[in-house]
Structures are given as C-alpha cells and as structure tokens.
Design a protein around this ligand. Structure first.
Ligand SMILES: [Zn+2]
Length: 145
C-alpha cells in the first residue's frame, strides 16, 4: 500500500529540515491540539500537516488510486479520513491557528516541487499572518494534447 502514515515519515522530515534551515523553531506532534498537527510553529501560530496522498484521499493526484479489491471499504475509510481532516482543520482555525497542509506529492514523485520553491512557499505562508490556510501540492498536471 502506498502512502504515508504515522510519525516521522520521510516527507515530514524533509519539511522539518527546510524549516530548520530557514531558522524557524518548531514543535512536533502536539497532542493537545485538534488533529495532532505534525509540526507546530508556536510563535507564528502555524500548524503544519504533512499528508500522504493515499490515506488522505488527494483528489486527482497520481499518488492516489483506490485499490481494486475491497474498493468500497477503502472508499469509506478514506472519505472518513477526509471528513475528519477537514473538521480538525476547522477546529484549529477557530482556535486561532493558521493551517498549512503539505501534500506528499509536493515532495515525492514526478509532480514534486523544487526544494527551493517549496521552501519559499512555506516561508511565505509562515510569515503572512493574514493568510489562514494554504494547501501545497505537486505541480498541476499538464493536460494531454
Ligand atoms: Zn497528491
């Protein structure tokens, strides 16, 4: 099964390295916050989630494909995850946190962003107090001609 689950996944570590290089201080897996964000920047009131495209059902993504067997089970499971993610993000926003969602495909695979671009996008969000939510995913697909 593709996708990421659990703590300290490779994409998560990549993001931490970028934040560290940019001089940001952060904390990991704050259990007292809704959805247990993977990375938290308390000074900027930013909660970061690094989401695997399979488990979090990233729509229209090359890293997300429903398994051919037990399809209904997976469909229900993943749509449950999507609904839960959305709820947790809303809870964080209502508690005054800003939410950054980084999808696995921004870091991995053929649509991955350049490290410099991604790192810049993250910095830009962290340092923009008026931006409350941002989602970063892989490059948009070029339409087949
Ligand atoms: Zn994706």
């Amino acid at each position: 099964m593709s996708g990421i689950r659990g703590k300290n996944t490779k994409p998560e570590i990549q993001i931490r390295k970028m934040l560290h290089a940019a001089g940001f201080r952060f904390r990991l897996h704050r259990k007292d916050l809704p959805g247990k964000p993977d990375i938290v920047l308390p000074r900027y009131k930013v909660a970061i989630f690094v989401h695997g495209c399979f488990w979090h059902g990233h729509d229209n993504c090359h890293l997300f494909r429903l398994p051919k067997s037990r399809t209904e089970f997976w469909e229900a499971k993943i749509s449950g995850n999507i609904a839960r993610d959305k709820l947790k993000q809303e809870q964080l926003l209502s508690e005054g946190w800003r939410v950054l969602l980084v999808r696995e495909c921004a870091l991995k695979g053929k649509m991955a962003l350049d490290t410099a671009v991604l790192s810049n996008d993250i910095k830009q969000f962290v340092c923009s107090p008026k931006q409350l939510f941002r989602e970063i995913s892989g490059k948009p697909r070029t339409p087949n001609i």
